[in-house]
Design a protein around this ligand. Structure first.
Ligand code: SAH
Ligand code: SF4
Ligand code: F3S
Length: 470
């Protein structure tokens, strides 16, 4: 299919859904309806939820944080680990009671979890009170699904098993006026053997460079100062486009957009991190010097079984290369403990990498068996007790290193973009450095959305404490 056709179909689809939004808005007018959305999982889901919110608000729904006062409740679900799914099933039990009290309530479920047949079967059997179910490929069809539900008064289930066109230009919202997330690609082709994402998000598809840059320009004109480019593996951006282009080139072009003060991105797969990208990170002032570079395991044997396509040594070389080219770079990571077959020796390799790299932040996960992934049927699943012990050890070790790393900032002055009032103290604002480190500062609310120099006076493990620099 040529590029032209894709754009035509997508535009046509976007217009169709927009028409339905307007019909619904007319129909729901003056009803003072409220929606409540819960988002689970990663930034991809968070961004999808912004699109869902945009469509609902255009229909006339107002946002509420209370499920008990909502007319429309939607859960955007995640299934990356078993506990993510358990959380959702738990919440569904409570929803049943809310629905009993308010029979007009519409309940919708969407997101990654819905893309699994086993989940759909369970929902149909045990949770038949749910009104609308859709998946990750057809979010933009929400208006049409709602219209069908209103007209037929029957449950609507619409799950696709692959992506069709990328539909652009539907209404969407963003949490902060001054920063925004932009999808640069969807799906994943890497099939790490533990991971369910490629099965529920489909094959990797990059958006056209111009579409991304135009979206960023519009956002910047609307007051956005910081952009986060999102993809499961941003380093392979553009490889499958009809005119292939690199992620480094996209970053370089975006960095030229006037008024765009910060560009962050996630996630970087170590196997695809190019020299060209390292050069762009080091040369462009507005490209973040923070990189999320998940290693998953420090053992080359386990990395091979995980299908990660790099070794402990090549990863450490990459870290060295990054640090040589970008002296103040901060590296964060994801780590999995208890992958099938992980021996004490393999685990020691993970500890060794943590010690060598000294991450600025680390998400540590216990391996979770995901039905349908190759690792789920691997022999030698590690006993729970051993995994828990390893997990606690790794967590403690990484926490210590993170704290050590944070201490180096005490006495330094850093530039902070203020984001919001701190949850614990109303006179304190929380913001982030260019590398994504959280900073708490006593400052007036008017600073939100602005940059200021902050002198760091103290630190905790997960945030710095600073004062506005004179
Ligand atoms: N695309 C990103 C990661 C997306 S999922 C990347 O490749 O880096 C986020 C994290 O969840 C992964 O980095 C991994 O550490 C963790 N994860 C994924 N599947 C998991 C599983 N089955 N059990 C435990 N952790 C898992
Ligand atoms: Fe999952 Fe691997 Fe794809 Fe990341 S790169 S989403 S861990 S399959
Ligand atoms: Fe979860 Fe889907 Fe993200 S499974 S981690 S919400 S891509």
């Amino acid at each position: 299919m040529s590029k032209r056709q894709v754009i035509d179909i997508s535009t046509e689809e976007a217009l169709r859904q927009t028409d339905i939004i307007h019909i619904l808005a007319q129909h729901l007018k003056d009803k003072n309806l409220k929606y409540c959305i819960s988002t689970f999982g990663c930034q991809m889901n968070a961004r999808d939820s912004e699109k869902i919110e945009g469509m609902l608000e255009e229909m006339g729904y107002q946002k509420t944080a209370k499920e008990s006062e909502a007319d429309f409740i939607i859960y955007n679900t995640c299934c990356v680990r078993e506990n993510a799914e358990m959380k959702i099933y738990g919440r569904l039990g409570a929803l049943k009671n809310i629905k009993k009290k308010n029979p007009n309530l519409i309940i919708a479920l969407c997101g990654c979890m819905m893309q699994q047949d086993i989940v759909l079967d369970t929902l149909k059997k045990k949770y038949s009170f749910i009104d609308i179910i859709f998946g990750t490929y057809n979010i933009y069809k929400l208006p049409e699904l709602m219209q069908t539900r209103f007209e037929t008064k029957e449950p609507v289930i619409d799950i696709w098993d692959s992506h069709q066109d990328i539909v652009e230009d539907l209404p969407n919202t963003r949490k902060h006026a001054f920063k925004a997330c932009v999808n640069i690609m969807y799906g994943c082709n890497n099939f790490c053997t533990y991971c369910i994402v490629p099965y529920v998000r489909g094959r990797e598809r990059s958006r056209e460079l111009d579409d991304i840059l135009n979206e960023v320009r519009v956002l910047v004109a609307d007051g956005v100062k910081e952009i986060m480019f999102l993809g499961q593996n941003v380093n392979s951006y553009g490889k499958t486009l009809s005119t292939p282009i690199s992620f480094a080139k996209l970053l370089l072009e975006a960095s030229k957009i006037e008024g765009l003060k910060r560009i962050r991105f996630m996630t970087s797969h170590p196997k695809d991190l190019s020299d060209e990208l390292i050069e762009v990170i080091s040369k462009c002032d507005n490209v973040s010097k923070g990189i999320h570079l998940p290693i998953q395991s420090g053992s080359s044997r386990i990395l091979n079984a995980m299908n990660r396509k790099y070794t402990k040594e090549s990863y450490l070389d990459l870290v060295e290369k990054l640090r040589a080219a970008v002296p103040h770079i901060e590296i964060t990571t994801d780590l999995i403990v208890g992958f099938p077959g992980e021996s004490d020796e393999d685990f020691l390799d993970t500890l060794d990498v943590a010690e060598k790299v000294r991450y600025a932040g680390a998400f540590t996960f216990i391996y979770s068996k995901r039905t349908g992934t190759p690792a789920a049927s691997m022999e030698e699943q590690v006993p729970e007790e051993i995994v828990k012990n390893r997990f606690n050890k790794l967590l403690e070790l990484t926490k210590g290193y993170i704290y050590e790393n944070m201490k180096k900032y005490v006495g330094q002055t850093v530039e902070v973009l203020f984001e919001e009032i701190s949850k614990n103290d109303k006179s304190v604002l929380s913001g982030r450095t260019d590398t994504g480190i959280l900073v708490n500062v006593r400052a007036p609310e008017a600073f939100i959305g602005n940059f200021a120099d902050v002198k760091i006076v103290d630190t905790k493990t997960h945030y710095l404490i600073g004062e506005l620099a004179k």
